[in-house]
Ligand binder design. Structure first.
Ligand code: UD1
Ligand code: CA
Length: 456
């Protein structure tokens, strides 16, 4: 049987106090509901229905994908009503998994186990034991301990309120079961809503077995209603990422002070100091060391790369044995060949730095190629922009650029050439030549300094 997933995401989320729909608030750099959609994908769902209502336009915009079908629930009349909106779009011979856009940490493994409980004569229900069950629907079991019904908090008797096993809301059924049960829901209850949970009583009465499954941790089934709960789940998620990294052979100076907002892939013996943020896809090869407070986004760092503190790397490749930072900024299109070094307060962009070249201090290298073992002095600037267009600077292998040089692009400096400090280079420099443009030094012997005027 194929799998259809229905994700409920129509609620308003008033307690977020935000103009952004609740399910679009980010967890680890991705909308909460995006995590749920990705989990559905990991289960190989053939159809994903997203039930949207409040902020529907923005949710559609953010989540648009070939495998996501949006179903609009114009009025939020209850969870049963929400699933009913998706019913016409379900495949007839399918298992159906109900998830929630504001329950982002549910694991695929738990859901897989839940789906294994589904047949034409049985269904799966994810329940959890809570010390404080208040607010949740309670699981009612019969004399044989079989699940018989769910009673919502507001409809429960004092006796039923003592029950600590609660409904997570997540369940797995078949399309035919839903077709049989959903049309029979009524809103004759305290909240005047069509409760999805009422299908449990219907299932029990007709002899369909309700098989309960429990998650590994309660965080998996926790919903987000406000920013405090979102922050708490963010920490749970980040701690899980940290644990996975350590299991994979990474040393973390402090597993509580790392944030992965995307995918971080690592080899053995990587060291990551405190306060680093990883975004998008970042790959760290064997022996990479990341100093404190670095930010890396879509970057590949080869074996033995050492990144000193406070460096910011985006869309860049560091091939191997590079030393970078502290306080370096490698912008998109930076490529460092083996052993190239970038020092403090250096910015690079669309820059190819060949093997062993050094840009150690206070420079801007943009739209440029720096040859192998060239040495770029402190304060060197590639003047790549004429106010309208960007131009290239080419620096040959082994060239020596004196400190405080402006290279006015388009311009090239030959291999082994030398530029005197303080030069403004506007014309190409030949291989092995010396170019210097600064004014000659003047000296006046025994020069008297101006004296202060006498005032009366
Ligand atoms: C629901 C369950 C309860 C369970 C709890 C777990 C029902 C009747 N009750 O209660 O047993 O313990 O979840 O958190 O299902 N939604 C829609 N459209 C609607 C109504 C809700 O999309 O018309 C979405 C909401 O945005 C939310 C989710 O469904 O993400 C749950 O709805 P909510 O009203 O919060 O249900 P609870 O009262 O928490
Ligand atoms: Ca809720």
């Amino acid at each position: 049987m194929s799998l259809n997933v229905v994700i409920l995401a129509a609620g308003q989320g008033t307690r977020m106090r935000s103009s952004l729909p609740k399910v679009l608030h980010s967890l680890a750099g991705k909308p909460m509901v995006g995590h749920v959609v990705d989990t559905a994908r990991r289960l190989n769902a053939s159809l994903i229905h997203l039930v949207v209502g409040h902020g529907a336009e923005r949710v559609r915009e953010q989540l648009a994908a070939a495998d996501v079908n949006f179903v609009e629930q114009l009025q939020q009349l209850g969870t049963g009503h929400a699933v009913t909106q998706a019913l016409p779009g379900l495949e007839t011979d399918a298992r159906v998994l109900i998830l929630y856009g504001d329950v982002p940490l549910i694991r695929a493994e738990t859901l897989q186990q839940l789906l294994e409980q589904v047949s034409e004569t049985s269904m799966g229900l994810l329940t959890v034991q809570l010390d404080d069950p208040s607010g949740y629907g309670r699981i009612i079991r019969d004399a044989d301990q079989k699940v018989a019904a769910i009673i919502e908090q507001k409809d429960a008797s004092t006796e039923q309120l003592q029950i600590k096993e609660v409904n997570t809301g997540i369940l797995a059924v078949t399309t035919t079961q839903l077709q049989r049960w959903l049309p029979r829901l009524s809103n004759a209850n305290v909240q005047g809503e069509y409760y999805l949970t009422d299908i449990i009583g219907m299932a029990y009465k007709e002899g369909t077995e309700i098989r309960s499954v429990q998650p590994k941790t309660t965080a998996e089934v926790e919903g987000v209603n406000n920013r405090l709960q979102l922050a708490a789940l963010e920490r749970v998620y980040q701690r899980e990422q940290a644990d996975l990294l350590m299991e994979a052979g990474v040393t973390l100076a402090d597993p509580a002070r790392i944030d992965v907002r995307g995918h971080l892939s690592t080899a053995r013996d990587v060291f990551i100091d405190v306060g680093c943020v990883f975004e998008g896809l970042v790959e760290l090869a064997e022996g990479v060391e990341i100093g404190p407070y670095c930010v890396l986004k879509n970057a590949r760092l080869g074996p033995g790369v050492k990144l000193a503190s406070h460096s910011v790397i985006e869309d860049a490749v560091l091939v191997g044995d590079n030393q970078v930072g502290p306080f370096a900024r490698l912008r998109p299109g930076t490529h460092l060949e083996v052993g190239a070094r970038i020092g403090n307060f250096v910015e690079t962009k669309k820059a190819m730095i060949h093997q062993g070249a050094k840009v150690n201090h206070l420079s801007y290298i943009g739209d440029a190629e720096v040859g192998a073992y060239a040495n770029i002095g402190a304060g060197t600037i590639t003047c790549n922009y004429d106010g309208v267009n960007k131009h290239q600077t080419l620096i040959g292998a082994g060239a020596f650029i004196g400190s405080n040089t402006s290279l006015v692009a388009p311009v090239s400096v030959g291999a082994g050439a030398t530029i005197g400090a303080g030069s403004t280079i506007t014309r190409d420099v030949d291989d092995r030549a010396l170019a210097v443009t600064r004014a000659k030094q003047l000296q006046k012997a025994n020069w008297p300094r101006p004296a202060k005027k006498q005032e009366d």
